[in-house]
Design a binder for this molecule. Structure first.
Ligand code: SF4
Length: 92
């Protein structure tokens, strides 16, 4: 089941410039990662402009290996925070 990312409440965020999306808890991130079916021909990688091995880093998150997951992302992208914002907003 899709996990809902926690967000700063609207009444608070209209008064500041802090992050709106507050991220997943470790448990929710692992639940969300468990939704990936590890496709043989992953369209996520084909759609990624820097071809991050998305199934691999998701698998690492599912296994609770967050540091290794970040290292996997950084193999192809040294600015994951910036890219995640661009991706995140693209689908809103
Ligand atoms: S994240 Fe990629 S590998 Fe996982 S289900 Fe989606 S397309 Fe398939």
């Amino acid at each position: 089941m899709r996990q809902k990312i926690s967000q700063q409440p609207i009444k608070e965020r209209v008064k500041n410039f802090f992050e709106v999306a507050l991220g997943f808890s470790k448990e929710d991130a692992e639940k969300e990662a468990a939704r990936c079916i590890q496709c043989k021909n992953p369209s996520c990688v084909k759609g990624c402009p820097v071809e991050i091995d998305i199934p691999a880093f998701i698998k690492l998150i599912k296994e609770g290996k967050r540091k290794e997951a970040l290292e996997k992302i950084k193999e192809k992208n040294n600015l994951p925070g910036g890219f995640s914002r661009a991706d995140n907003y693209k689908y809103r």
